[in-house]
Design a protein around this ligand. Sequence first.
Ligand code: AMP
Length: 384
Amino acid sequence: MTFPLPPNATIGIVGGGQLGRMSAMAAARLGYRCHIFTPEPDAPASQVASATTLADYDDNAALIRFADAVDVITFEFENISAEGLDLLAERKPVRPGPDILRISQDRIAEKTFLNAAGVRTTPWAAVETLAQLRGAIESIGLPAVLKTTRFGYDGKGQALIQSPGEAEIAFALLNPKPLILEGFVDFACECSVIAARGTDGSITAFDTVENRHRDHILDLTLAPAPFDPDLRREAQDMAMRVAEHLELVGLMAVEFFIDAKGRILANEIAPRPHNSGHWTIDACPASQFELHIRAVAGLTLPPAIRHSDAVMKNLVGPADIAQWSQVIATPGLIPHHYGKTAARDGRKLGHVTTLFPHSALPGAFGIAAALGPLATQDSIVIFP
Ligand code: AMP
């Protein structure tokens, strides 16, 4: 197969969740077919794709069959094993490349990489033994956050250490080792930038957005982040620098903290479409999913510009999705349902976007009014 991929070529997506679903929908618009690799029957992505390989991520024979059936491979699920990735990469181009996935899978590799690319993070140290943890507490200070280095998500696999006496229990609780100790950031807000880089090396990044969490899960994204445009540009520049240093082909998100002094500190990278970019489907000529598919397919990248400001709100768990009929009935809420049949607590089941004219993102009350039935106490306490 030659690149750019012609229409009707097949893009293989590892992972069957909503990120794969929205990527497949963007791919369909460009004339591509998607083949999903997932262990989950009736996965959100499979519902909108032309083929699915239903198998576990460590089923090597199935991975080989999948690779043989597609023209290029990308992923929406990051925790595939290094061996599985190698199997795929031996057979078909994998975009973003396996090395990038390995960096993002390991917090120590990730922070090492970010610092080497000249991107500031909170101070951190690798911790393999209790003695090392005590040493790291001496040098970094308290409070600090002890984290597993792999397979953590949405705040899982983390312990806040506030006094030296808590070190031993935190160390015993978190597995597998090694761990990473990070200086606690007393952050004013969390934000993120989504950047894409094409096969020709061109890079584009969406504006910096602010992310608000509820129970450690993303609740609201405000696009753009309602703070100083210079700070927004700085975060964008940092994300583009990361994409450049990684020699990324594809799309990635960089998550940042803004600390109390207004400094930007990178927290993590995700080399795939990201929940904080869902607003781009409705507020941009080319969404994060289109840029992802274009980069993977070797097409040129249009600029990551928006025509509107936007607020995205996640629908998480049974209580949120119970409001679906009100969401559908509310003018101005743009609905996105992920087709999941089981509504467990903490599961992302859909989202809504609401649009505002460019540069006219309102304050808390305006956003609450636009969110209508979805405005909650949690989600509207904004702009501290
Ligand atoms: P992570 O798994 O690194 O994305 O962390 C999940 C959440 O925990 C973040 O969104 C923050 O709210 C919080 N968190 C993680 N690391 C730190 C840190 N070093 N200081 C303060 N809060 C943190």
